[in-house]
Each structure stands twice: as structure tokens, then as C-alpha cells.
Design a binder for this molecule. Structure first.
Ligand code: AMP
Length: 490
């Protein structure tokens, strides 16, 4: 996953860009909690600060004042290629023969090994083991003099999922892969002369030299920094932001939109908008569909907090059953899934969730969540609810079973770890210890979205991968940690 943000600020205040980028990134913390970083440019020089950890601990008041410049990009990481080590934190940085660039990447490339071979026959020494580092090296070393020209040369060779924010000396550049697997939106920051006044409403305003522009993984971060949503960066498009001029757009590939449907189901914030839909509303409607597909007699409907809440609300409305919060979630514990080892993940559940005995004791519960990946969290939740006195636990999932790994940016790339790929629904029901289990169908998801199947990537649900995944890309999160050793030996 990962969150990316980029900004070109309207004001002359030299520390504003880093501050705005950090603030925007903070709204994207849910997209990655392993590391955080900001890169800035003052028009001549790039400067970067990154570290492992949550955004608020990495980018604090001591760091920001030294990051001076009107252009900034920021990134928070959820790893899909490479270990969680400092070197792999982003933005990446590389000084090439023609340019210095920094990159923040959301997504995952599928032809990483092929790209490594292109880079000096695989003998390049990379300072990190991520696909993003490789992309940064390819771009920084590309002979074309201009960064946009370099992108036009390099991007057609890059396959997989990438929503990028790129910083060179003078520009912040946004890029989406031709399928637009991961989201990226363009926003406009009102300049000093417009603050408080009406917006000019233009998509690419020309009369506003003091306007700033930003790029963000999600629209919620635009709200947080006081920017207006302008439009999505389109799949296959490069958007170039510079101070004092309206954004420019260059297309490097035809668009074939396949936005990850799991963004809408689970990953993105409910206050964000995608495909013109508010995600709270989309998820609430998925809950309604779920109630139609899998009704059951019970006393109350409760969510698995927090992400199951909109679907639980929809389920309750459609079924006419009362909605209650039957569990408290500790908001200060990170997302369980993101913790590294299975043991920790398992323990994390108890750290995070505590049932409300008053609500669940003696009750027949419908427990609504948005997904089951490995099944371990769900099993633990059912156990906790039974211990707290629940009489029946009916689990309802507002997404289809996840049968297939994701190679486009969600860390579910090991098929055997996906419970639905090795168990039938009846076996999953037994494994999690529920009285009944019901998943929303793909048709139900589409009814809630009210959009055609073709616009989305449903690969984790139906195995229909829009970009073929070479055999060696599968199950190889740490593949770039192997060639480095090989090169050292050789
Ligand atoms: P489990 O029962 O262990 O498969 O965990 C299911 C929980 O994981 C659900 O509450 C989901 O909201 C959550 N979940 C699903 N996908 C992810 C992901 N990529 N990262 C973090 N949590 C996730």
C-alpha cells in the first residue's frame, strides 16, 4: 500500500511545503506505518529526511524547520518489496549524471527482476532492496536531460502498480500506471490572495500565480490541508506541478482503468472519494447488500471496529435490527496486519480489541467486518465475544473471499496464507468458530458501487489479473535482497 503526498506551495514561506506535506501525509497514516519521510527542494537542492516509525515520531517539530523549499513530497510505507529497514524507507533519493530525484511510490512492480537486469546488466549496487529504489536508479540514470522525458523513456518498461510522486529540483510530478491500480488525486491550494474568497472554480486556473497544487493518495488528505479536489491523475498520465504556472499533463500510455476494488472495500479512509463515490456510503451500501444476501435471525448487529463500521450500519438498516458497538478498539495500536510476524499479529489482536460485555452478554450477534485474509484475527474476535458471553456469533463479511494473492501493492502475496485459498467456506466457518459465515458476492459489491466490473481490479477475488505476473515475481517480496549478495560474491 503506502501513502503519498506532494505539494508545490503558493507562499514564499520556505518551510511551508514540508509542513503541508507532513500534514497531508498524516491523513494517510492508515496506508502505511512502517516508515515515513519527506523530501524538499528549494529550486536548487533536494533534501530528505526519513526514518522507521509512525509519521508523528519521524517528522516532528525538530526536523521540519530544516527542510526548506517550496516543493515537497512525502511517503509512509507499508512494505510489499523489501524488508522494513531504514534503507528501504521512502522517499528514495538518487543523484544521477543528469538529475537528482526523490520518489514516493504506492504500488508494487511485477517485472522487478527484468528491470534490475536492464540496470547495467543486474550488476548495479542499489542502496536499498525495494522496487522503488530500482525505479529511482533507472530514472536518475536515464540519459534524457529532462525528468519528464526520462519518465516517457522509462515508464513503458515498468510493469505493475505505481502511483508516484516525484521531486526534482524544480517540479513535483505525479504519475499513475496505465491501469491506475492505486489512487492519486490532484488538489489545488488557495493562495494568500484567495484565502477566504471564493474559489475561481477552474480546473486548471490560469489567473492564479499564487495558487499551490498538491497530489495525494486520497481526497481526505486534501480536506485536511485545505486544498480543493481538482481531479484524479488519470491512469497512464504524468502531471507536472511547478511554481507559478498551472499543472501540465503528458500522457505516456493509453488508460485502461483497473482501480483496486479493495481500496474501496477496506483500505482507503471512509471520508475519501474514489470514482466519484464517497467510501463511507459505498461501504454502507455493501452492508445493505450483505443483509440481503445473508440474512439471519439475531438480536443485534455490531461492527469489527473500526473499518467494519459503515458496512455494519448498512446491514443493521437493511435488516431492521439494532446497531450496537460490541467491542472497543484501542486506536493507538497499529493495524494488526501490518505487524511483522504471525506471532505478534496474533498477540496484537488482544492488545487492540476488547469486547463490551454489557452489550454482547447473552446476545445473538451479527458481527460485520470488511474482509478475512488469514482468518486469525476473525477467529480471535469470535473467541473474545464468546468469552464475553455472546450466545451466537454470526460473522458477515462485506467482501468476497480472498482466494488469490495481490501483486499490485497489498502484502497478501503468499497464496497459502490466504485462508480462502486453502479452505472451503464451511471449513473457514469452523476455523473461526462462528455459528454462521456469509461473504458478500462480487455481484453484491458491484451493486453497492453501481459501477461496471471492468473499471476495477478484482484479482484477489476472482484471479483475473490485469497485468500478467511473471512466475519469479510471485512470492518474492525479498527478491532484491538476493542479487545484492550475488553481486558481492561475484
Ligand atoms: P484475519 O481474520 O486475520 O484475516 O484479519 C481480518 C482483518 O484484517 C479484518 O478486520 C480486516 O479489516 C483486516 N485487513 C484486511 N486486509 C488488511 C490489510 N491489507 N492490512 C491490514 N489489515 C487488513
Amino acid at each position: 500500500m503506502c501513502g503519498v503526498f506532494g505539494v508545490v506551495t503558493p507562499s514564499a514561506e520556505p518551510t511551508e511545503a514540508a509542513a503541508v506535506a507532513t500534514l497531508g501525509l498524516f491523513a494517510l497514516q492508515h496506508r502505511g506505518q512502517e516508515s515515513a519521510g519527506v523530501a524538499v527542494s528549494d529550486g536548487e537542492q533536494l533534501m530528505l529526511y526519513k526514518d522507521l516509525g509512525m509519521i508523528s515520531s519521524v517528522l516532528d517539530e525538530r526536523r521540519l524547520p530544516s527542510l526548506r523549499g517550496n516543493l515537497a513530497i512525502a511517503h509512509c510505507r507499508y512494505s510489499t518489496t523489501g524488508s522494513t529497514v531504514w534503507e528501504n524507507a521512502q522517499p528514495t533519493y538518487r543523484q544521477g549524471p543528469r538529475r537528482a530525484i526523490a520518489i514516493g511510490h504506492n504500488g508494487n512492480l511485477v517485472n522487478t527482476r527484468e528491470l534490475l537486469t536492464q540496470l547495467t546488466g543486474g550488476r548495479a549496487r542499489l542502496p536499498a532492496s525495494t522496487d522503488t529504489e530500482l525505479l529511482t536508479a533507472l530514472l536518475a540514470d536515464e540519459p534524457a536531460t529532462d525528468t519528464v522525458q526520462a519518465l516517457i523513456q522509462v515508464l513503458p518498461r515498468v510493469h505493475g502498480a505505481f502511483s508516484l510522486v516525484i521531486l526534482d529540483q524544480r517540479r513535483v510530478i505525479g504519475v499513475r500506471d496505465p491501469h491506475g491500480f492505486r489512487p492519486l488525486v490532484l488538489g489545488k491550494v488557495p493562495g494568500p490572495s484567495q484565502l477566504g474568497g471564493p474559489s475561481d472554480g477552474g480546473l486548471w486556473g490560469t489567473d492564479d500565480a499564487d495558487v499551490g497544487w498538491c497530489l495525494s493518495s486520497e481526497t481526505a488528505a486534501l480536506d485536511i490541508v485545505g486544498a480543493e479536489y481538482v481531479r484524479d491523475v488519470e491512469p497512464g498520465e504524468i502531471v507536472i506541478l511547478e511554481r507559478g504556472v498551472p499543472p501540465r499533463s503528458v500522457r505516456y500510455a493509453a488508460a485502461d482503468p483497473k482501480l483496486c476494488v479493495f481500496e474501496l472495500i477496506y483500505f482507503a479512509r471512509p471520508d475519501s472519494y474514489m470514482e466519484g463515490r464517497n467510501l463511507y456510503e459505498v461501504r454502507r451500501r455493501m452492508g445493505e447488500q450483505l443483509a440481503l444476501e445473508h440474512p439471519v435471525d439475531a438480536d443485534l448487529v455490531m461492527p469489527v471496529p473500526d473499518t467494519g463500521a459503515p458496512a455494519a450500519a448498512g446491514y443493521a438498516e437493511a435488516s431492521g435490527l439494532p446497531y450496537r458497538e460490541g467491542m472497543y478498539r484501542n486506536r493507538y495500536a497499529g493495524r494488526t496486519f501490518i505487524q511483522p510476524s504471525a506471532g505478534l499479529r496474533h498477540r496484537g489482536v488482544t492488545i487492540k480489541l476488547n469486547p463490551l460485555r454489557e452489550v454482547v452478554n447473552g446476545k445473538r450477534l451479527i458481527v460485520v467486518d470488511d474482509s478475512i485474509v488469514r482468518g486469525t484475527t476473525t477467529k480471535r474476535i469470535v473467541e473474545l465475544l464468546r468469552k464475553a458471553g455472546a450466545r451466537e456469533v454470526h460473522v458477515r463479511i462485506s467482501a468476497p473471499p480472498i482466494y488469490h494473492p495481490c501483486f499490485y501493492g497489498i502484502d497478501t502475496s503468499i497464496e497459502t496464507e490466504l485462508i480462502a485459498s486453502t479452505h472451503t467456506e464451511a471449513q473457514i466457518e469452523t476455523f473461526i468458530g462462528a455459528d454462521s459465515l456469509g461473504y458478500l458476492s462480487i455481484r453484491g459489491v458491484l451493486a453497492a458501487l453501481d459501477l461496471p466490473y471492468d473499471r476495477f481490479c478484482f484479482a484477489c477475488f476472482d484471479g483475473n489479473y490485469p497485468v500478467p505476473v511473471p512466475y519469479d515475481a510471485a512470492n518474492r517480496k525479498f527478491m532484491l535482497e538476493e542479487p545484492v549478495a550475488a553481486v558481492t560474491r561475484g
